[in-house]
Ligand binder design. Structure first.
Ligand code: F6P
Length: 382
């Protein structure tokens, strides 16, 4: 029977849902019943640490020490069997490891090494599980002749071409749980809490996390906010007798006329700044201007941690199976995706486009700084 070797990797920020996707790539590729129908014997190789695993290791001169990683051979890759991945869908993060390595970084282009290593490892297809950056690389590799397939993940849910990205729902659960915890302490002390979520360009996490947790104010990158208006809103709530309030703010949100808040200088291999600090700013301004006791908290990487929720396990499963369907059909250069509740596939070019943002006109209330209050009855926009 014809043998075909597939590589699978995870790149960019980790999140819940990656391990379920890897498990189902392996299980569907190796499925015994389907194998006889397909007439092809697939083999799946897990590549460690995203694109870094295809940049740093020359299969002909393996790095000493790499072989000690349990189960991984000297090529920073390992053969994934059904037994190896059997329990992976229960766990968060990625057992393959991840990195933000960009082989097409204009300052250090290592794409030729990646192409050579894919050839040396005899990979006839590469399945990349990632967000805008990782899938952007997959897209470029496809143009360079590699058979690539993408699986969408990012807790930010801002990838174009799909309505869902792995990790988002688990992150929403974290936000909701943490806000629940904050309510008791906020209420006891009559304090306002400003909670910072991730979300670089898009406010999905803040908006839907704020909606799920019942936040009073939600601030998103798509709509620059007025600090005066935030203060008016909290004073208004105070006037109504509110003991405490929860404000959820996305890390990429900005006050009108101001810029993004960053935690340190510099950018990563894909040109991204490290955002953070907006919650502390908002809390400080409320404390100073509205004279209300206010605290801030940054949920940060907690949102990416923990076991995948049921939805991320299921979506990881569907995306993993769909990715192998594309490999079997030889339909490369695509990203599996979900559109209007149906699993489908779109060209990787589409996934590498502009981020999918919250539509401020239909999904956000710019008066209340919150989610919409009409869903079926559309009121004429001002
Ligand atoms: O890419 C998703 C993301 O969750 C962004 O919202 C955030 O800015 C970034 O990851 C931070 O990731 P790290 O600290 O791992 O670089």
């Amino acid at each position: 029977m014809k043998k075909v070797r597939i590589g699978v990797l995870t790149g960019g920020g980790d999140c819940a849902g990656l391990n379920p996707a890897i498990k189902w790539v392996v299980k569907s590729a190796l499925d015994e019943r389907l194998q006889s129908e397909r007439g092809v014997q697939y083999e799946v190789v897990g590549i460690r640490d995203g694109w870094k695993g295809l940049v740093e290791v020359d299969p002909e001169s393996p790095a000493p020490g790499e072989s000690i990683i349990q189960g991984f051979d000297v090529f920073r890759s390992m053969l994934l069997t059904q037994e190896v991945v059997r329990t992976w869908d229960r766990y968060g993060g990625t057992f393959l490891g991840t990195s933000r390595t960009n082989p097409y970084n204009p300052k250090n282009d290592q794409s030729k090494t990646v192409l050579a290593n894919i050839e040396k490892l005899s990979l006839e297809a590469v399945i990349a599980i990632g967000g805008e950056d990782t899938l952007g690389v997959a897209c470029k590799l496809a143009r360079d002749g590699v058979n690539t397939i993408g699986i969408p993940k990012t807790i930010d849910k801002d990838l174009p071409g799909t309505d869902y990205t792995l990790g988002f729902e688990t992150a929403l659960n974290v936000i909701t749980e943490e806000v629940d915890r904050l309510r008791t302490t906020a209420g006891s002390h009559k304090r306002i809490f400003v909670v910072e979520t991730m979300g670089r360009h898009a406010g999905w996490l803040a908006l839907e996390g704020g909606e799920s947790s019942g936040a009073y104010i939600i601030l998103i990158p798509e709509h620059d906010f007025s600090m005066d208006k935030v203060n008016d809103l909290v004073l208004e709530a105070k006037g109504r007798g509110s003991r405490y309030d929860i404000i959820v703010v996305a890390e990429g949100a900005k006050p009108a006329g101001g810029g993004e808040f960053v935690v340190r200088d510099g950018v990563d291999g894909f040109g991204h700044k490290a955002l953070g600090g907006i919650a502390e700013y908002v809390a400080g301004e409320i404390q100073n201007a509205a004279k209300l006791d206010t605290r801030s908290i940054v949920l940060s990487h907690l949102q990416r941690g923990g076991a995948p929720c049921a939805y991320d396990r299921r979506m990881g499963r569907y995306f993993g199976i769909a990715a192998i369907d594309l490999v079997v059909k030889g339909d490369f250069g695509k990203m599996v995706s979900v559109r209007n509740g149906e699993i489908t596939a779109v060209p990787l070019e589409e996934a590498a486009g502009k981020p999918r943002l919250v539509d401020v006109h239909t999904e956000y209330d710019t008066d209340r700084y919150n989610g919409r209050r009409t869903i079926l009855n559309h009121i004429t926009e001002k």
